[in-house]
Design a protein around this ligand. Structure first.
Ligand SMILES: Nc1nc2c(ncn2[C@@H]2O[C@H](COP(=O)(O)OP(=O)(O)OP(=O)(O)O)[C@@H](O)[C@H]2O)c(=O)[nH]1
Ligand SMILES: [Mg+2]
Length: 467
């Protein structure tokens, strides 16, 4: 397969210089979030971690265990060791301590036994639950969201990625300031009952600073989005169909994009290796050029704040004509992962995009064939070995073609404007001239078709013509 060049999407982004007051600095820029190495989890040594899950109906014990398995992978990716896990059955979380108070004291004893540094809860803790738990446990208590944020912070490598992670972290941190600040002010103000103890003043200062940085980041990211839109408009002269590879984290998206385009995206057997969208041009077997984008992976219980913060990156998904939904066929619960991906897609407003489901890693799990059988219209591949790639590309071409139409246009010489529209909005396949004017064969989407309706001589719906 030929090697394809860079696409304009990857231009350096303005407004993200590293010297803008420290918001988006080098990797260490997350230092204020605790941990000498900058994340929420200490990384100068491997922390010892206990996992805690809550089995609330209707969740089965199996599901809770599976979710804790995944949390263990997250913790491992973040660079810490799981030493034990605890599950409590409860109808609903305790508003003050998440697990029951008695259980919390048991957990304290267990933490001492294991000499654990941190306890990680598989569900979101409210700020006050977090404070109460830390008081009881005498050690750090964090939730799944914090672990995901920590990994994102480690993996963010571009200014835009760092800005998005920073935004998510600040949003995570803001409501938690009060809880910790309150402790602070109690310590600082002691029992004197001062109404504005020194701790509280510091809290207000911190809060104001965070709010200011939040707004600055939001403005910067908004600028990036506008910049992108301008880029896209100028690119739409040659309107290529856009295919986005989406899927659960570690499904093999980057491996696939690399195989198809030699994009050189980082591939790793760890979660959230990719945080930035990389777009490359790809030629399909029928000769059509399309844009192919690798995207950030999704996960169950993906914090809404993170989805929201990453909307600049996720916008490429919204603009794609077709989603290739890559599923890890070797994962313990592919259907659960498919459902989680659909949840996030719906959350970003891409729930009704045309989707081609592709099961990956058939080389390592024979059951993939059964999965393909159970999902109509899906395909098996191995991004690692190349199995099924030709069929996949042919199918992508087919799906894209049925969304477009080839129109034969006759445009009078005086209507250079219409000719320009054909070039801008469609993919011109042939252009000749006869006594009447220009004769143009162009692949068009419905919008372009409507604008050029008066010049259409004939159409081939979803037709296939060699360019
Ligand atoms: N056996 C097997 N392993 C694969 C295949 N494709 C990818 N992998 C492995 O799966 C792991 C994840 O691959 P990536 O391409 O980084 O996955 P991703 O979907 O981009 O993951 P994130 O960017 O973290 O969301 C790596 O260890 C790959 O080598 C495959 O077809 N077969
Ligand atoms: Mg990746």
């Amino acid at each position: 397969m030929a090697q394809y060049g860079w696409v304009a999407d990857e231009d350096p982004i303005e407004g993200f210089e590293d010297n803008d007051g420290g918001d988006l600095g080098h990797r260490g820029g997350f230092g204020e979030f605790g941990g000498a190495s900058g994340g929420l989890i200490e990384r100068t040594f491997r922390e010892r971690i206990i996992l805690v899950g809550l089995a609330q109906p209707p969740a089965t014990m199996e599901e809770v265990e599976a979710s804790l398995d995944e949390l263990a992978r997250l913790v491992d990716t973040a660079g810490a060791d799981v030493v034990d896990r605890v599950i409590q059955r409860r109808q609903r979380p305790d508003p003050a301590t998440f697990i029951g108070k008695g259980k919390a004291y048991e957990l304290k004893a267990l933490s001492e036994l294991h000499d654990a540094d941190t306890v990680v809860f598989d569900e979101d803790l409210t700020p006050s639950q977090q404070v109460n738990l830390e008081r009881i446990l005498g050690r750090t208590a964090i939730d799944r969201t914090a672990v995901i944020l920590d990994i994102f912070a480690q993996n963010a490598s571009t200014p835009e990625g760092r800005a998005q992670v920073m935004l998510a972290m600040l949003r995570y941190r803001l409501p938690r300031l009060r809880g910790r600040g309150f402790t602070l002010s109690q310590q600082a103000g002691g029992r004197l009952g001062a109404r504005r103890g020194p701790g509280e003043t510091q809290l207000e200062i911190d809060r104001r600073r965070i709010v200011r940085r939040l707004h600055r980041l939001e403005t910067q990211l908004e600028d990036v989005r506008r910049h992108r839109q301008v880029q896209r408009k100028s690119r739409s002269r040659a309107r290529f169909a856009h295919v986005a590879v989406v899927g659960y984290t570690n499904a093999g998206k980057s491996t696939l994009v690399n195989r198809l385009t030699q994009a050189g995206v980082l591939v790793e057997d760890r979660l959230f290796a990719t945080l930035d969208a990389t777009t490359r041009r790809l030629q399909l077997p029928g000769g059509e050029q399309v844009l192919l984008t690798d995207t950030v992976g999704f996960i169950k219980k993906l914090p809404h704040g993170l989805v929201e913060a990453f909307k600049t990156t996720l916008e490429v998904v919204l603009e794609a004509d077709l989603l290739v939904h890559l599923v890890d066929g070797a994962a313990p619960d592919p259907d659960g992962q498919i459902a989680a991906v659909h949840t996030v897609l719906a959350e970003i407003g891409a729930g009704d995009k045309p989707e081609l489901v592709v099961f990956n890693k058939i080389d390592s799990n024979e059951e993939v064939a059964d999965m393909v059988h159970a999902h109509r219209g899906s395909l098996p591949i191995s991004a690692a070995t190349g199995y099924g790639i030709d069929v996949l590309l042919a199918e992508v071409g087919k799906r894209l073609r049925v969304m477009t139409e080839i129109a034969e246009l006759s445009i009078p010489f005086a209507r250079g404007d219409a000719l320009a529209i054909a070039h801008r909005e469609g993919e011109v396949l042939t252009e000749t001239a006869d006594s009447e004017g220009y004769r143009v064969r162009v692949r068009l989407e419905p919008a372009g078709r409507a604008r050029l309706a008066q010049f259409v001589v004939s159409t081939i719906p979803g037709g296939r013509i060699e360019p």
